[in-house]
Design a protein around this ligand. Structure first.
Ligand code: HEM
Length: 397
């Protein structure tokens, strides 16, 4: 692929801020997206196992609906969090993203419907299981498979986007233009590694779940103990599978001895020891977050190397510095996002720790954070619309 073609596909308006910032935000937000993808797939998959055991096993009777609920919430979060890396990738790697979306146009349409159907069926599964313990097995399995397909499609877009050398032969195989939009590429090892991470993630989640519930008197010590050891077993087996898949993937692409790859391997070994001992799963989760960021960095390094090898270096992207835009974005992200998320997390934590009904209006921290969130949101909306209108009228009047 000739670099001039890639460079011509860039946005002529340039980027509004230093490309490295968008790159860092991409790595951060993709790791967040992946965290909830893995938690969703892991808890969903395990909940299906639970539906087969739930009728006769008292532990699974409690655990299964909780896993279904976890999967349900995680899907909505993963969708929201998927938007952020999408925006950052199309700012600095727009040639890649748009070419992949054009070549695989039909799959992009299918992706949306896959998500809608898969998630709607998940609600069916949730209600069926709520009505009748052990119910909704088949619907749950179908929904799970559909959502895994959504991940495979996402993988196709990611892989196609980093194959610029093959774009021409995908667009016009044997010189005949194919504009059907059915281009589909899978890198089996890479995909297997990504999806396998759902196993250790749900294992560590179960350790956290057990630790979190251990302070509550309405959950028996037997149940707390059972979920902790289930988490340890799943976590250890899952980490071994993921580590193996990761090493094979790195060997396949010749990155095994890369410092980032070695750091990930060390991180996984540390995680393995921590999960095995299960001294404090909250600390294990912090290490997991670091490893997730490293994995996200690895994906970006692979793409960066491929593209800079072809003469497309994101750091050379023309820049049209726009301080107001970036300030608005960062303030929204940090202040509105930070306070809003703190409010939701504080409330969720307190609801979970509380036995019986939790009344947020009687809790000082929750009330204060709720009021801050509302006030910041109102101020944000006023600034957003006033600013937008001002610019609009200045341009047209
Ligand atoms: C159940 C639904 C979904 C699943 C299972 C899923 C899974 C995945 C997986 C496995 C990858 C990594 C692919 C790879 O690197 O090989 C990925 C990447 C990504 N996903 Fe998702 N995803 C889902 C929904 C979404 C949604 C709804 C969005 C956007 C709103 C989104 C945005 C992204 C982006 C931007 C990337 C990175 C693409 C790139 O680097 O080129 N995902 N997703």
């Amino acid at each position: 692929m000739d670099a001039s073609v890639l460079l011509a596909l860039r946005d002529p308006a340039g980027v509004p801020f230093y490309p490295v910032v968008f790159q860092a935000l991409y790595v951060l937000t993709w790791a967040l997206h992946a965290a909830f993808v893995l938690l969703a797939l892991g808890s969903m998959g395990l909940s299906i196992v639970g539906t087969f055991k739930q009728k006769n096993d008292p532990n699974w009777k409690i655990l299964t609906p909780h896993l279904i609920q976890t999967g349900k919430i995680s899907i909505s979060i993963l969708i929201v969090l998927g938007v952020a890396p999408l925006l950052f990738t199309q700012v600095i790697y727009d040639p890649n993203w748009y070419v992949a979306n054009t070549l695989s146009g039909m799959w992009v349409f299918i992706f949306i419907y896959t998500l809608v159907v898969g998630y709607s069926m998940y609600y069916w599964y949730y209600y069926a299981n709520r009505k009748n313990a052990g119910g909704g097995k088949l619907i749950g399995i179908i929904s799970f498979l559909i959502l895994v397909c959504a991940g495979v499609l996402m993988h196709n877009f990611a892989v196609t986007s980093i194959m610029p050398n093959d774009w021409m032969s995908m667009y016009a195989p044997n010189g005949v233009v194919d504009n059907s939009g059915w281009t589909f590429n899978v890198d089996v090892i890479r995909l297997a590694f990504m999806v396998s991470l759902a196993i250790p993630v749900v294992g560590i989640f179960l350790q956290n779940y057990s630790r979190f519930l251990s302070t509550r008197k309405d959950f028996s010590p037997t149940f707390v103990e059972y979920t902790a050891s289930l988490g340890t077993n799943i976590g250890v087996v899952g980490l071994l599978i993921s580590a193996l898949a990761f090493v094979v993937w790195m060997m396949q692409i010749g990155y095994l001895m890369n410092p980032l790859s070695l750091a990930i391997i060390v991180g996984v070994v540390v995680l393995l020891l921590m999960v095995f001992r299960n001294t404090n799963s909250y600390v294990t989760t912090i290490v997991l977050v670091v490893v997730a960021l490293l994995i996200s960095g690895m994906r970006e390094l692979i793409r960066f190397d491929i593209m800079s090898g072809l003469g497309y270096n994101i750091y050379d992207y023309p820049m049209n510095l726009e301080i107001p835009t970036i300030s608005m974005f960062l303030l929204t992200f940090l202040i509105l996002g930070g306070v809003g998320v703190a409010y939701l997390l504080t409330m969720a934590w307190k609801v979970g720790k509380n036995e019986g009904i939790f009344d947020g209006s009687k809790d000082v921290a929750v009330t204060r954070l709720g009021n801050y969130t509302l006030s910041i949101m109102v101020v944000w909306m006023v600034i957003y619309f006033a600013w937008g209108m001002t610019i609009l009228f200045m341009n047209i009047l």
